[in-house]
Design a protein around this ligand. Structure first.
Ligand SMILES: [Zn+2]
Length: 196
């Protein structure tokens, strides 16, 4: 299974996807087990959401992160127009423990440069989300982008889409298209529904 998924990613030329669910405990939310959920590449052209936030996510940029606050504000605005709300956007101080360890701050979408398991060569960015299995509530997410691509059109927007729970799809010109070159700004199916 893992081999098949990796083969698919080689074709997609972009970002994300963790092929193994990793069980771990984190210090910021004690006494509860959490899982890192894989974002599984799919062949379909319909938007599928695998989790969602209950609280508004803060957006933190690690000190040595790949994007400016200005760039992040623009990307966040794309999703705000689709009905999503976010907490404040700010830059973390140098040496922040979560940034140093490839983690994300609880309650936030944390943006940083690639960590150890980044798939260089096939990916420009990747996003990991942490969810409660019982409710599918996302409680933190970590976006990693190669610094040279930080300012590139749509990559950050796409990764924020993952951080909001959306999966990759294959609809040409869509923000969640898995391949950067075939994607676009189209947002069919990913609006935040009021009673969702
Ligand atoms: Zn993706």
């Amino acid at each position: 299974m893992k081999t098949l998924l990796l083969s698919a990613m080689l074709l997609c030329g972009v970002h994300d996807h963790h092929t193994d669910a990793v069980r771990l405990t984190v210090d910021d939310i004690p006494d509860r087990e959490i899982w890192i959920h894989p974002v599984i590449p799919i062949k379909g052209n319909v938007a599928i959401r695998e989790g969602k936030w209950i609280q508004r996510p803060y957006v933190f940029i690690c000190h040595d992160g790949p994007v400016t606050e200005h760039r992040v504000r623009n990307a966040v605005r794309y999703w705000e127009r689709l009905g999503y709300t976010f907490g404040p956007i700010s830059t973390l101080e140098q040496g922040n423990e979560k940034c140093m360890t490839g983690d994300a701050v609880g309650g936030s979408i944390t943006i940083d440069i690639p960590s150890q398991d980044f798939k260089f060569g096939t990916h420009l960015g990747q996003t990991r989300t942490w969810r409660w299995t019982a409710t599918n509530e996302i409680f933190k997410a970590r976006i990693e982008i190669i610094p040279a691509w930080g300012d590139s059109e749509r990559i950050l927007e796409h990764e924020i889409g993952h951080a909001l729970g959306w999966m990759d799809m294959n609809s040409i010109g869509h923000i969640m298209h898995r391949a950067w070159s075939d994607g676009g700004l189209r947002s069919t199916g990913v609006k935040n529904e009021v009673n969702d």
